[in-house]
Design a protein. Sequence first.
Length: 256
Amino acid sequence: MHVLILGGTTEARRLAELLAADAMPGLRVTNSLAGRVAAPRLPPGEVRVGGFGGAEGLAGWLREHEVDALVDATHPFAATISFNAARAAATAHVPLLALRRPGWVPVEGDIWHEADSLEKAAQLLPALGRRVFLTTGRMGLAAFAALDDLWFLVRSVDAPQPPGPSRMEVLLDRGPFTLDGERELLGRHRIDVVVTKDSGGAATAPKLTAAREAGLPVVVVRRPPVPEGVQVVAGPEQALRWVKGAGDQRTFPGVG
């Protein structure tokens, strides 16, 4: 049985670890990374880096490498690859599962302003603050490039490329982050508004707690939807059971 994991997330790596530890007879696992991070944390199993050439290219790869099950464990905002995966799986008749960590939920004391895109988030900022902690990654900074009156602290794993805000300081760092560290960072840079994508998970959630404690507004960019008809699970353990059910019975739960 050959399983292809579209990865690059903590959940994808954990699923690969669980599959390696389970030692299912005859199991082959290939992890596919997009290659956008210079030094990714590699999961166990075979690893390939780079794109497939769209939905058609991925469908061809699934056929050529005789993939029996496809797990889309990409970032919740990797909408293009997720929709390509859905089209490719349907074309190649390969069962598909989406592994998505749950999104964040506001609690009492949060001051959240939700936006459907980075562009909509940028439109909200002038009314909310002047010193922005931008934690949406190195992609998409062009959406904030016209906000010359605002100052940005941009945190990302790798250095962003222009265009971006004219008044910007870049902080290269990788989570998980601590609450004490986020408190200190907000205070040291005199941040008065935070921008984040609804990535979910615990690794980057402390910034939300720190913002709530400081009474800061947070602009939260909503997730794109999962392609219609794709089965979704919230954790690697559930994905493991799906894969094991496929291997044990050669039937794929949730696939019509």
